[in-house]
Design a protein around this ligand. Structure first.
Ligand code: 21W
Length: 240
């Protein structure tokens, strides 16, 4: 998977080159290429913005500079995503869908905004990461890269992506390590029993309980067995 990021602040992307994503880059499983939009300014002062037609305060990123930056990286199979507060909210199913692409070009939004014409010309999809205001699209671009990269073959070890939160529609079951007793709190007996069928059942029930308590709205989309439905009804009747 290749990510080309069009941004005025490429230095902001240093933190993402750590840990799992850093290792994936070293292994060439993913490639993150940072393009400084300012490098495509034709101006002797490297100016990239200008005043806004119709008046009002502030400036706007010029269309030609963004277009030239885009042309320097685009291929036949590129998908261009504009990170903007006006975009569709990112969720796990969108993440999985994007992971099937071979080349994503991420255009980072900016408080100043970008001339509408170049957006109309190059953007395939607009994405937001949630309804709160940030200072730019750089952190959202990193969020997207991080979430999508996890689905690239070889980035994570074995199990991880299928068993986790959201993939079965439920939140995760609680987990425990040593010591067996901590501050008077014991590790549940069943987890020490070695009885894998019972352990699986217990974990699934705990996942249902956690989801019911923390994010009940998620349960509407989950398929439960008759036994699990009964268990959920019991939880609902024990609201004390
Ligand atoms: C903040 C961009 C405010 C635009 C009149 C017209 C990208 C983001 C962003 C930002 C404005 C995302 C204006 C969740 C976010 C992002 C910076 C409004 C001023 N006045 N997801 N335009 N939250 N944010 N522009 O903030 O670029 S994805």
């Amino acid at each position: 998977m290749k990510f080309d990021v069009l941004t005025l602040f490429p230095e902001m992307f240093e933190p993402i080159k750590q840990s799992i994503i850093g290792r994936a880059m070293e292994k060439s499983l993913i490639d993150i290429n940072l393009i400084n939009i300012r490098d495509f300014s034709k101006d002797k002062h490297k100016k990239v913005d200008d005043t806004i037609y119709g008046g009002g305060a502030g400036m706007l990123i010029k269309p030609d500079v963004v277009y030239d930056a885009y042309k320097s990286v685009k291929t036949e199979n590129s998908k261009v995503i504009y990170l903007t507060p006006q975009g569709k909210k990112l969720n796990q199913s969108k993440v999985e869908e994007l992971a099937k692409e071979e080349h994503l070009i991420l255009l980072c939004g900016h408080y100043e905004g970008i001339d509408e014409r170049v957006l109309e010309k190059i953007v395939d999809e607009e994405i937001s990461i949630g309804d709160y205001v940030l200072t730019g699209g750089e952190i959202p671009a990193m969020v997207l890269i991080d979430a999508v990269s996890r689905y690239v073959e070889g980035v994570l070890t074995k199990d991880s992506t299928e068993e986790e939160s959201f993939s079965n529609g439920l939140l995760e079951y609680p987990q425990y390590t040593k010591p067996k007793e901590f501050e008077g709190m014991k590790v549940p007996e069943v987890l020490q029993s070695g009885h894998h069928e019972n352990i699986d059942k217990w974990r699934r029930k705990e996942a249902i309980k956690t989801t019911y308590i923390k994010r009940p709205e998620l349960l509407e989309k989950v398929n439960l067995t008759d036994e699990e439905k009964k268990y959920l009804e019991e939880l609902k009747n024990n609201k004390d």
